[in-house]
Design a protein around this ligand. Structure first.
Ligand SMILES: *[C@@H]1O[C@H](CO)[C@@H](O)[C@H](O)[C@H]1NC(C)=O
Ligand SMILES: *[C@@H]1O[C@H](CO)[C@@H](O)[C@H](O)[C@H]1NC(C)=O
Ligand SMILES: *[C@@H]1O[C@H](CO)[C@@H](O)[C@H](O)[C@H]1NC(C)=O
Length: 232
């Protein structure tokens, strides 16, 4: 298999449990769709389904699947009516075929969804049948927005392996994110653990940004699992 930036040249293999590459007479499939070849699933003895998740298909539609036939070396777009809520999903970023070849699952994880002040990236999958006909979406519906405000606990790595400039950048990142959301706490870890501010300290602070200023890198070893366990 060889890859070029905008096209993809897969080799067609007969279905088998072994792995053979025909390097003498490869079949080449080529399409101009952006990111064509990002994902590939063999579906049937001589058919490949190829994803082009970055292809802009319509105003709110990104990603397309192609049905590629070994006999002709030709690909044609699979026409699917994606559900209207699957806005810009990047269809085909991942593909999986069931071994009995009756199901193909094509997913896209980039559906923008505004929940309150925040943007979420949701994902959905299309389940296709043996004739590449749509059966249903998985999950059946996109998850609802969480009905609670979101609290964010920062856990930053202050161990000795973090360069001093990178630690400064981390603090700047924390300040930038604090501009966007409401509720924060922050803990730093190395082999030591230090709670720099709690949610209630954040909420009662007149100048939350200034809570970040005095944070000094702890140095020491990198006890990541302990840090995560403690902050949770
Ligand atoms: C694109 O999606 C947005 C958000 O869901 C919607 O408001 C808009 O009407 C859609 N535009 C078109 C042309 O479908
Ligand atoms: C979907 O992506 C297109 C660019 O391909 C963009 O113009 C459009 O605003 C996006 N739609 C939404 C709802 O974000
Ligand atoms: C094909 O495989 C899927 C997943 O393993 C299974 O759920 C389905 O029942 C199978 N279909 C047939 C027709 O065997």
């Amino acid at each position: 298999v060889s890859l070029t930036p905008t096209s993809f040249c897969p080799l067609v293999l007969a279905s088998s449990r072994g792995f053979n590459l025909d390097v003498e007479e490869p079949l080449v499939f080529q399409e101009d769709g952006a990111s064509f070849g990002q994902s590939v699933a063999q579906f049937g003895r001589s058919r490949l389904v190829v994803g082009a998740p970055l292809e802009v298909v319509a105003i709110n539609e990104t990603g397309r699947l192609y049905d590629c036939e070994a006999a002709t070396s030709l690909c044609r777009p699979i026409l699917l009516n994606t559900p209207p809520e699957a806005v810009n999903m990047s269809l085909g970023l991942s593909l999986a075929a069931s071994t009995n070849l009756s199901w193909l699952l094509a997913c896209g994880p980039t559906i923008p969804r505004a929940c309150g002040e925040n943007m979420y990236a949701k994902g959905t999958c299309l389940l296709l049948g043996s004739h590449l006909q749509p059966l249903r979406t998985v999950p059946a519906a996109l998850p609802e927005c969480p009905n609670q405000e979101i609290d964010i606990a920062f856990l930053i790595d202050g161990s000795g392996s973090i360069d001093g400039n990178d630690f400064k950048q981390m603090k700047n990142f924390v300040r930038a994110v604090m501009d966007q959301f409401k509720d924060f706490s922050l803990m730093q870890y190395s082999n030591l653990l230090k709670t720099h501010f709690t949610f209630s300290q954040f909420q009662t602070s007149r100048s939350p940004q200034s809570l970040v200023d005095p944070i000094v890198q702890l140095n020491g070893l990198t006890y990541t699992a302990t840090g995560i366990q403690t902050v949770v």
